[in-house]
Design a binder for this molecule. Sequence first.
Ligand code: BGC
Length: 620
Amino acid sequence: MSIKRLLIALSTLILFGWVFSVTYLSISNPEVEWDWDTIDTEDIHFPSTFAWGTATAAHQVEGYNDNNNWYIWENSFDENNNSRIHNGDKSGIAADHWNQYNTDIGLMKELGVNHYRFSISWSKIEPKKGKIDYNVIQHYKNLCNALIKSEITPVITLHHFTHPIWFEKLGAFEKKENIKHILEFSELIFNELHSLVPIWCTINEPSVYVSQGYFNGVFPPGKKDPALAGIVLENMLNAHIQIYNKLKSLPGGTKVEIGLVKNIFQFEPLRRWHILDWVFSFVLNDVFTNSTLQFFQTGQSIFYMPGMVKNELKNPDAIGSFDFIGLNYYSRFHVKGQLNPNEPFIFERRPKDIQTDMDYALYPEGFYSALHTISSLKVPIYVTENGLADRNDNIRPIFIKRYLYAMNLALKDRLDIRGYFYWSLMDNFEWAEGYDMKFGLYEVDFETQERQLRAGSKPFIEMVKKRGSDERGFIVNIGEQAPDFEMEYTNGKKVRLSDLKGNLVILQFTASWCSVCRQEMPHLEKDIQQKYKGENVVLIGIDRDEPLETVINFKKEMKVTYPLALDPNADIFGMFADKNSGVTRNIVIDQKGKIVFLTRLFEEKEYNNMLKIIEELISS
Ligand code: BGC
């Protein structure tokens, strides 16, 4: 075969291989984008037990952090003599949260949240190795007590990107032997504060600390050393495990929840036809997220970037080393591979995406998928951060609505999500981006320290204040007045619930496709409809969102004599229960319009209790 033919054959093979691979990859990793025009983001409820909070970090809001790794960084310059921070900003007094925390608790009350995640400043507490400033610990005790007094649960993060200069000088997480220092610090803080704080986050976002500080070089210590990045990640994860085990063994350890905070950014190919973009997005997802998750699932994994780093992580104690996992989610990145050994990939935005100021695209679908990814750890999930930088405050409302919708969908998939912390309560020092990024629900005027609620934060407040649903999906409670509404029976007759006052009313929410409803209906017919004929008892079936004809046939089939009413769009149902929860369920409403009993599914004991209550109300 001539060289020419060989080359042609080889090129054809490569071309086929390329086409086959990218087609396969595209099909097996479809791009998820929801049609937001058809989605009603308002129509959601969260469980009434759901924790709603806001989050901050000491260095970003407190001010007066002049003794840590970030202080050095803010005051140093790069090789071109430029400040490390955008605009040459320094954290300085930040939002003066150190002095203004009472004002800020007032803001939280205004929002209606019941949790607050904040970090404590190790460098303020232990300015010199072994020298503890108990006044600072007292400050955090005061903060916790003030929160508790305001019915806000304190949630502490032990390490949120910053630590004392002495720890940095020792090599921080670059050295395994330094883990003992953060362990001692964590033990001290836990002993001092455990009785006030039920939820503890050990370390915030090890992958971000590592990628920004040891890969991109934009966070301290500003290194670009993938091999070291692998070691630092390993030491941080092991530090978490040791902190977890230590705190659990201390008095009060078993009474609190302790977890790690993991950030997920998905990496996706910018050009879905380009093999390099696929390769780099896989590599990045692996080092950023999958290797960490695998480590906690199996006790071992590999931090691997071809030609750059291969670090094997092994620690059997990793398995089960948290009571919950914290998820921080913002967005995804689109990766473009290039044949440049100095810069093998870059991130590029897509013109069609809605970008926030931090240049993160709006991607609630990714939040939903990240919740599923993190759920593989099989522990309860807290969303410990989610938010956006939006100085013009025009994207914030849709961001909030869509991300909360995505989280709600994940809850409906039965993921064990316990709470959500919005990042952030107020504008703050956004690390390398300085004060330019406006993440706050409250705008802060850094000259006057005045805080002002942003109009775009309203959807968050509305959701927090919206009534939550209970574990059975009810949004109403026994003892409340039943909401009023008009319903139309299959015979065209229209009735308002308030017209029925003076009667004992039983509403059965039902549907023709619901087998439990079908089981229950003959019993309702016999035990209520027939039994209380002629008395002031009204039993009505309300059929969930089915057309008239279906409901007429359903009534005939079930041979019930009580009326069935229509409920287009399940709007009546939605006044009593989360629209996405199921039927059958009964609402018993007394003669004065008060809800006296609620049932869900057709369970003998509950059903009999309902009959008993009806009997009592009739004979009283
Ligand atoms: C960090 C925060 C930061 C936020 C927004 C998270 O990765 O934990 O400290 O402000 O992202 O960039």
